[in-house]
Design a protein around this ligand. Structure first.
Ligand code: SME
Length: 138
């Protein structure tokens, strides 16, 4: 229980640090597989609260990454048909899966109010962040 609290605290800190230090990261959150269910649950975030705390596998950008196991970079959210809007201000999104022992257990999700801001550098950086987070979770 107390170990989980400190993990939650550390995840929140990661979200805050990323949001506060990277100008085009406007919302940063970690979703994880919700027990045995085929859905994601929001665990930590920084930015505006979202209604989408539970996302079924396959739904939206996050749900698609839960099944594809691949990074998903969205330069323009308006061009996506399978997309869950959290805020009208969001222009772009990046979701990078988080692996623990080779298993896709969750993801980091970033929304941006800037159009097309994400590059391969963000993908590499967020993969590195997720590898560090996986060590905290293991
Ligand atoms: N836009 C996401 C939903 C999560 S919010 O961005 C916080 C999606 O399409 O899966």
């Amino acid at each position: 229980e107390s170990e989980n609290l400190s993990v939650d605290h550390r995840l929140s800190q990661v979200c805050e640090v990323l949001k506060e230090n990277i100008p085009y990261y406007d919302w940063v959150g970690f979703y994880f597989k919700n027990g045995d269910k085929d859905e994601l649950k929001l665990r930590s975030f920084a930015g505006e609260p979202t209604d989408h705390t539970i996302i079924p596998f396959g739904k939206g950008i996050c749900g698609q990454v839960a099944v594809s196991n691949k990074n998903f970079v969205v330069p323009d959210v308006k061009a996506q048909t399978n997309y869950i809007a959290c805020s009208i201000n969001v222009k772009a999104e990046i979701v990078v899966p988080l692996f623990l022992n080779g298993e896709n257990i969750g993801q980091i999700d970033i929304d941006s109010h800037t159009p097309d801001p994400f590059s391969k550098e963000d993908e590499n950086f967020l993969q590195w962040v997720n590898e560090r987070v996986a060590k905290v979770l293991s």
